[in-house]
Write a protein that binds this ligand. Structure first.
Ligand code: NAP
Length: 458
């Protein structure tokens, strides 16, 4: 070994160090790549679970329509779902024309104005009532797309035909007429799973113990009538009117409808409307029990994302927004999920039986006999959301418990819920019922006892 020449020793030593250096560089590169990948993954995850600003949705521009094409009209901009649609559109840089019933109502518009100030897009407000003669033609002029979201979500109307059905149909016809007159490229109408389910044949099959397939875009609710389920009837008939308009008038725009079940998620302001009301009822402890209702659940931000996806891409027809098995819940599951995150709140845990729900439906206008019937058919077949996924939509908020937590947290942040119990009158009636029944029984027993004595004396 000692006899090896210095030059040979040098070159051996040099190549050994070179090999070590290259190996070190390779390991360092690999570590950096892995670390960057890891960080990017978790940054994206954190963004996705905290706001609607999910890279998958916002970075992706549609293949059919984009902000560069022109403005879009968003009807009923003050609503829960529309607010989240507005957030995505503004984040993407759209010029949005929002229609509202009362543009002077600051309380309903403040959160949208805040989004306008914070995000790249712009939103302006235009007065429009669904029942007016021609509410949308003026606002639609010059725009390329429309999301018709406004619809009366009233559940205790004295005259459901005037309050719900007529405005829903008239508003949809007006929206499509205005979109056609403006030569728009793309129109999306917000329908509901209420226009899809229930189907009597599936209920019959279920009753006969036969296997029942999931609800798909092929199904139409054939159970609801104006007297039995006015709201679902309004959604079905408004959607039918829309399909009829497209078939008969053959307008130049591409057309899609969105169907979703309970949409939960963060409030953008303190005005709780729509399905988030179920969360606020529980968080406020409005009744000391849970009703035996069940439903599929989606995150409102995915509902909004699906609207924008169908608006922007070359896809048309009906699209159900439904998630995986975990997203089917009974009210008791929702209450338990809330209780886990907000243990100090008066969230009930005991589910009342069906007969008690029937009594509640009598004393509380917000629960209809139609809902009682749906509850009777729980769990029933699920919704098949594969058509939307196959069209390229990627769900952004897939943890249902996180959706429920964020809904609850936003209500606490906006001081909707303060940790105190806020019983509603119907709850007092229901609490009183067992005492009244017990009192009546005692009275009957005592009457029998005394009348028995009298018979003996005679
Ligand atoms: N949330 C759900 O779980 C769910 C499920 C399926 C389908 N949907 C559908 O989703 C859409 C949005 O509802 P939402 O959940 O966001 O409820 P929401 O918060 O109550 O919003 C309803 C919107 O419609 C507007 N509107 C009602 N009647 C109107 C009329 N006559 N003229 C003009 N605007 C009127 C309301 O305006 P004001 O602010 O002036 O009242 C509000 O902006 C509706 O089409 C609803 O049927 C909701």
């Amino acid at each position: 070994m000692l006899l090896v020449s210095p030059s040979l020793r040098f070159s051996f030593c040099f190549s050994l160090r070179l090999v070590r250096l290259v190996r070190l560089a390779l390991v360092w590169c690999l570590q950096t790549v892995l670390l960057l990948g890891f960080l990017t993954h978790f940054t994206n995850q954190a963004e996705c679970s905290s706001s609607s600003a999910c890279p998958g949705l916002l970075d992706k521009m549609g293949d059919f329509l984009s902000p560069a094409d022109g403005c879009v009209v968003l009807t009923g901009a003050t609503g829960f779902v529309a607010g989240h649609i507005a957030e995505i559109l503004l984040e993407k840089g759209y010029e949005v024309r929002g229609t509202v019933r009362d543009p002077s109502n600051e309380g309903k518009l403040a959160h949208l104005k805040a989004l306008d100030a914070r995000l790249p897009g712009t939103i302006s407000f235009h007065k429009a009532d669904l029942s007016s003669d021609d509410p949308f033609t003026e606002v639609a002029k010059g725009c390329v797309g429309m999301l018709h979201v406004a619809s009366p979500a009233v559940f205790d109307a004295k005259d459901p035909e005037e309050a719900i059905l007529k405005p829903a149909i008239a508003g949809t016809n007006s929206a499509l007429r205005a979109a056609a007159a403006a030569n728009m490229k793309s129109v999306v109408v917000t329908s509901s799973v209420a226009a899809v389910r229930p189907v009597q044949a599936k209920w019959d099959a279920e009753a006969a113990g036969e296997p029942v397939s999931k609800y798909t875009e092929e199904d139409w609710n054939d159970v609801a009538t104006l007297d039995f389920g006015a709201y679902p009837t309004s959604k079905r008939e408004a959607e039918r009117a829309a399909h009829r308009f497209v078939e008969e008038q053959k307008p130049g725009f591409k057309f899609g409808t969105i169907h979703f079940p309970f949409a939960f998620g963060p409030q953008q302001n303190s005005r709780v409307t729509s399905s988030n009301n179920y969360i606020s009822h529980l968080l406020l402890g409005e009744v000391p029990f849970v009703v035996p209702l069940c439903s599929d659940i989606v995150d409102v931000r995915d509902v909004a994302g699906a609207h924008v996806h169908v608006l922007e891409n070359d896809v048309s027809g009906r699209f159900i927004v439904a998630n995986d098995e975990e997203h089917f819940m009974y009210m008791s599951d929702i209450a338990a999920s809330l209780k886990k995150n907000f243990p100090g709140f008066p969230i009930p845990s005991v589910t009342i039986p069906m007969p008690a729900l029937e009594i509640l439906a009598v004393v509380d206008d917000r629960i209809s006999s139609y809902e009682v019937e749906l509850a009777r058919h729980c769990p029933g077949p699920r919704f098949d959301g594969s058509r939307l996924r196959d069209s390229g939509y990627v769900f952004q908020h897939t943890d249902v418990h996180e959706t429920i937590r964020e809904a609850g947290q936003s209500m606490i942040d906006f001081k909707v819920a303060d940790g105190n119990r806020h019983l509603i009158p119907a709850a007092y009636v229901l609490i009183a019922i067992p005492f009244i029944v017990a009192g009546l029984l005692l009275w009957i027993i005592s009457r029998c006892f005394f009348s028995g004595k009298k018979v003996k004396q005679n």
